[in-house]
Design a protein around this ligand. Structure first.
Ligand code: HEC
Ligand code: HEC
Length: 309
């Protein structure tokens, strides 16, 4: 029985539009080469799975329960309890541009593909998130749904529409690679299509200049993808997070311990001391990294409940 997650974002949902996967993203390692129409079908299918609470043990929690579009696919809480109410340990990261990351999660250097990452929230116990007992239970549930049968048949032709522990993660990962956010005010200013407010311009000058933020928060996603200890309170080495959409992903840091941007900036104990004016300017710059079109793109929202095929 398919149980789509009820929630926000339904209004403009439509099956018609799809994002192109970004060229930099890794294609599926093992899958047969997919045609363009198969790829589009995989993305649709992955989107449905992403919003489907049937992927959790008790049918109460979807990926989208923690990764909400309006928070750039983070969730606005320090941590998020799973289906058993066991407290979460880490802050839910945004999934914006997640296909560009070489390693996944805040601290783990061994999870290197989106396909591989899927089993962590679905099955793992440290802490329980979606609390699915095992692959056979999940596959039994998904396979029992007539709509999924049709969607898998369209999305995985060489596999004869097989619903298994490879095709489910591949579909989810195909959708996740369309979570591309590159249309912030900052991007528009870079393309000379908009002007940054003065405070944000000063913040940008600091960020890329004397404040040396860009020595780690660099490149297209504002992350060098390396691991650092930035504060003695958090001794673990943490992957430099992307700063895109950081204006809508509070609270911050791997444990959600910084409630505001200001607190997150101050947690960097090796940074130079900033005047309140500098802090305001840095924040104003960070706010220009919010991409409204990403937060409202109907192709990324909760899909209609009716079967699209
Ligand atoms: C209970 C909340 C919760 C649910 C449900 C959940 N996640 Fe997450 N997700 C998290 C947290 C917390 C992290 C960070 C984990 C860590 O760093 O150890 C995370 C990390 C990720 C990452 C890595 C992002 C990055 O920047 O490296 C991806 C990708 C991801 N989740 C995808 C999914 C998918 C796909 C699903 C559904 C199959 C899902 N998540 C379900 C809470 C959740
Ligand atoms: C040495 C590398 C490094 C430098 C330099 C650096 N950062 Fe960070 N930044 C990180 C890491 C690593 C984290 C994650 C730390 C954690 O979660 O414990 C982080 C986290 C953040 C966050 C929170 C993001 C989130 O999603 O939780 C913000 C905001 C931020 N940095 C802004 C800045 C600003 C502004 C500067 C310049 C004043 C700066 N950073 C300089 C490495 C760096």
């Amino acid at each position: 029985m398919l149980r789509l997650l009820a929630g926000v974002c339904l209004l403009f949902a439509g099956w018609g539009t799809f994002c192109q996967a970004a060229p930099a993203q890794t294609p599926s390692a093992m899958g047969a080469e997919a045609s363009a129409s198969e790829q589009a079908a995989r993305i649709q299918l992955g989107r449905r799975l992403f919003y489907d609470a049937d992927l959790s043990g008790d049918g109460s929690m979807a990926c989208a329960s923690c990764h909400e579009q309006r928070h750039a696919f983070a969730d606005g809480m320090p941590t998020h309890a799973g289906i058993t109410d066991e407290a979460g340990v880490r802050n839910v990261p945004s999934l914006g541009n997640v296909g560009a990351f070489k390693t996944l999660t805040w601290l783990d250097q061994h999870i290197t593909t989106l396909e591989q990452q899927v089993s962590t929230p679905v099955f793992e116990h440290g802490p329980v998130e979606m609390g699915m007992p095992d692959w056979p239970t999940l596959l039994h549930r998904v396979s029992g749904d007539a709509c999924y049968q049709k969607l898998f048949a369209q999305a995985f032709k060489a596999e004869n529409g097989r619903i298994d522990s490879r095709t489910v993660p591949e579909a989810l990962a195909a959708f996740e690679r369309t979570l591309i956010s590159r249309e912030s005010l900052w991007d528009k200013a870079q393309q000379k299509k908009a002007d940054l407010p003065e405070g944000a311009q000063r913040g940008a000058a600091l960020f890329f200049g004397s404040a040396r933020c860009a020595s780690c928060h660099t490149g297209d996603v504002f992350s060098d993808q390396s691991f650092y200890v930035i504060t003695p309170n958090h001794p673990a080495r943490v992957r430099t997070p992307s700063l895109r959409n950081v204006g809508v992903t509070a609270p911050y840091l791997h444990d959600g311990s910084a409630p505001t941007l200001n607190a997150a900036i101050q947690a960097h104990t090796h940074s130079p001391a900033f005047s309140p004016m500098d802090e305001k300017a840095l924040e104003a710059f960070l706010q220009t990294l919010t991409d409204q079109s990403f937060l409202h793109n109907p192709a990324l929202a909760l899909p209609p409940e009716s079967c699209p095929v």
